[in-house]
Design a protein around this ligand. Structure first.
Ligand SMILES: [Zn+2]
Length: 554
C-alpha cells in the first residue's frame, strides 16, 4: 500500500452500528483502509507512506448521502421547456419563475406562441400542478391559446400529457382511437388528455426529436448532479433509464459520469417497457449483458416497472373510498393481470425489481404479485423494492416484511404536499398518513428515502428528507400522523446504509468501513446532536468521492 491519505475530523459518524464513531479515516486508491484514530491506525501508518489532511478537522464526516430514485436526464430536458409550474425553480438553462394561477398558465402559453417564428414548431410546456393550479388542462382550453400551432403540455410529475386539436392531429389521434388513458369529455369527444405511458407515448412520439436535441442530456446530467452534490449526495440511481432513447442516454451518461470531475456514482435502472419493446424475450439477457460494462462509478442495476400514476398529479390508484372527486386514478403501462407473466423472466434471472406503487390499491396489487412470484420461483434476498410507497396501510408493511420486500419512499410529500392533498385528491386521512415510515420501522422493513428529483415538486436534499421523517411537520407547522415519525438514527440510515442496501451496493457504499469506497458527506455539524427540528439546516461543506474532494461552492 503506497501513500495513504488520512482525513481527520471533529467526529466521524461511520453508520457502522458496531463501530459508530471515529476521528480519522485512512484512504488509498479511492478506498477506505482504516477507520478509528491516529493511534488505532498506527499499524498501517508504521508500514505505509502517509499524508495527514486536516481540511475537515472542525467538521463532521458522514458517509456520502445516497438518493436511490432520481431522474436527472429527463428533468434536465423538461427544465429547458416552457415552464408552467407553480414553484420557482432553477434549471440548467436558467431560472424559472413559478406561476400562481390558471390564467397565468394560459397567458404563458400565449407568450410562447407569440415568441415562436416557425408556425409549425410546437409549443412544449412542462410543470402544471393540477392540485394547486385548478385541475388538469384540457383540449378546448389549449385551443383557446392556438387553433393552428400544436401544443404539448406535461404535468410536473410527467404522468399526464395534454394536447390541443392541432397536436392531436399531428399525433394521429382521432375519435376512433381506443387506447387506455386516452381520455374523453363526458359527451365522448377527445379531451386532449393522455394519462400514463400507454397513452402518453402516443402523444409524445411526434415531439421526441425536440426532447432529444444534442448536448441537452449531458448538460442536464451535469447540472443536476451539481445540485445533488451540494446537498451532500455521492450516489444516485436513474430510475427511468432509456425512456427517450437507450443508446443516446447511455452515451450521454458515459460522457458525463465517467469524467473524473463528475461528483457522483450513478446506477442506471432501465424502464422495462422500453427494453421489452426492443429486445422481447431476450430482455433479461440484454440487461445482464449491459451489466458486464459496469464500473465503480457507472453501473446498470435492476429493472424498473411503473404500475400506477403519480402522487402530485393525482393519478395513483386508491382503494375505497377513493378520491374526493370520485375519479379512479390510472394503472401503469401493463395491465395488472399480466404483470406476473411480464416480471417472471427477470425474477427468474435473479434481476432486482424496482416496482413503482404510489397508491394503496397498487401497493396491495404489488404485494399479491410478489407473493405469486415467490410461489412460482422462491427467492431469498431478492431486494424487490416498492418505489414511492406513498399511500399504504400498516398491514401492508407487515406483509411486505413477510415477503422479503423493501421500500424506497418519497417522504418529502409529508411536508410539501399533505395539506394540499387533504383538500385536493386523497382526503385528510390518507394525506396525513403519506409515507408510513413508522409502520415500516415497526415491522422491520428496510427502507430508503428518495426525492424523485426533479419530476415531482420537492427539492433534492437528504437531510430535509431525514428531517421530515423525524418530525413530520407540514407547511403550516402541524404534525402529520405522529405515530409514523421515526428516530434520528433510522432516518439517517435511510439516506446512507439502508439506501445502499436498496441499490444492492451496501457491501461497497453507505457506511465508513474498511474496504468500502471513500465517499463522504462533509457536514459543519452533527445531525445526531442538533435539535431534531434543525436537522435540515446542518450546513454541508461538500463531499468526497473515492478520496477526491469536492467543495459545495467549488
Ligand atoms: Zn420516479
Amino acid at each position: 500500500m503506497d501513500n495513504l491519505t488520512v482525513f481527520t475530523a471533529k467526529r466521524i459518524r461511520t453508520m457502522d452500528a458496531g463501530r459508530p464513531l471515529a476521528e480519522a479515516v485512512a484512504v488509498a486508491d479511492g478506498k477506505i483502509v482504516s477507520v478509528g484514530t491516529l493511534e488505532t491506525m498506527r499499524p498501517w501508518l508504521d508500514r505505509c507512506e502517509y499524508t495527514i489532511d486536516d481540511t475537515f478537522k472542525d467538521k463532521v464526516i458522514f458517509p456520502g448521502f445516497i438518493d436511490p430514485h432520481t431522474h436527472f436526464r429527463m428533468s434536465g430536458v423538461f427544465m429547458g421547456l416552457t415552464y408552467i409550474g407553480p414553484i420557482d425553480q432553477q434549471g440548467p438553462r436558467g431560472f424559472n419563475k413559478g406561476i400562481a394561477t390558471r390564467d397565468g398558465v394560459l397567458d404563458k402559453l400565449r407568450e410562447a406562441d407569440a415568441a415562436l417564428e416557425d408556425p409549425d414548431r410546437p409549443i412544449l410546456a412542462w410543470g402544471l400542478d393540477p392540485a394547486v393550479q385548478g385541475g388538469q388542462l384540457h383540449r378546448d382550453e389549449l385551443d383557446s391559446v392556438s387553433r393552428t400551432r400544436p401544443i404539448w403540455t406535461v404535468t410536473y410529475a410527467p404522468h399526464v400529457v395534454v394536447c390541443n386539436s392541432p397536436m392531436l392531429e399531428v399525433a394521429g389521434v382521432d375519435e376512433s382511437t381506443n387506447v387506455y388513458g386516452v381520455e374523453r369529455y363526458p359527451d365522448g369527444r377527445l379531451n386532449g388528455q393522455f394519462i400514463e405511458r400507454a397513452a402518453t407515448r402516443i402523444a409524445t412520439r411526434p415531439v421526441a426529436k425536440y426532447l432529444n436535441e444534442p448536448g441537452m442530456g449531458v448538460e442536464a446530467i451535469r447540472a443536476l448532479a451539481k445540485t445533488a452534490q451540494q446537498a451532500g449526495i455521492t450516489a444516485t440511481a436513474e430510475m427511468i433509464f432509456g425512456y427517450l432513447d437507450f443508446a443516446a442516454e447511455w452515451a450521454e451518461h458515459k460522457e458525463a459520469v465517467l469524467d473524473p470531475d463528475f461528483p457522483l456514482r450513478m446506477y442506471l435502472v432501465p424502464i422495462e417497457g422500453r427494453i421489452r419493446g426492443a429486445h422481447g424475450d431476450k430482455s433479461p439477457d440484454f440487461l445482464l449483458e449491459m451489466q458486464q460494462q459496469n464500473t465503480d462509478k457507472l453501473a446498470f442495476q435492476g429493472v424498473k416497472f411503473v404500475n400506477d400514476g403519480s402522487y402530485p398529479a393525482m393519478t395513483l390508484r386508491l382503494r375505497a373510498p377513493g378520491y374526493l372527486d370520485g375519479h379512479e386514478g390510472h394503472r401503469g403501462e401493463n395491465p395488472w393481470e399480466e404483470l406476473v407473466e411480464v416480471m417472471l423472466p427477470y425474477w427468474k434471472a435473479g434481476i432486482q425489481i424496482h416496482s413503482h406503487a404510489n397508491g394503496d390499491e397498487t401497493v396491495e396489487m404489488t404485494l399479491n404479485l410478489l407473493e405469486e412470484l415467490q410461489r412460482i420461483h422462491p427467492r431469498f434476498d431478492h431486494r424487490f423494492t416498492i418505489e414511492h410507497y406513498c399511500i399504504s396501510t400498516p398491514d401492508q408493511a407487515r406483509r411486505l416484511k413477510a415477503l422479503g420486500g423493501l421500500a424506497s419512499v418519497n417522504n418529502y410529500f409529508v411536508h410539501y404536499r399533505s395539506l394540499i392533498h387533504a383538500e385536493q385528491g386523497f382526503g385528510p386521512d390518507r394525506a396525513e398518513a403519506t409515507a408510513r415510515l413508522g409502520s415500516l420501522e415497526r415491522e422491520g422493513v428496510v427502507f430508503a428515502l428518495h426525492s424523485d428529483f426533479s419530476l415531482v415538486l420537492t427539492p433534492i436534499h437528504p437531510l430535509t428528507a431525514a428531517w421530515i421523517a423525524v418530525n413530520r411537520v407540514a407547511t403550516d407547522g402541524s404534525v402529520q400522523a405522529s405515530g409514523e415519525r421515526i428516530g434520528v438514527d433510522r432516518a439517517l440510515r435511510a439516506i446512507t446504509i439502508d439506501a445502499a442496501h436498496i441499490l444492492s451496493r451496501d457491501h461497497e457504499l453507505g457506511s465508513i468501513e474498511v474496504g468500502k469506497h471513500a465517499d463522504f458527506a462533509i457536514l459543519e455539524d452533527d445531525p445526531y446532536e442538533v435539535d431534531p427540528m434543525a436537522i435540515k439546516d446542518v450546513p454541508i461543506w461538500g463531499t468526497v468521492l473515492g478520496g477526491k474532494v469536492f467543495a459545495a461552492d467549488g
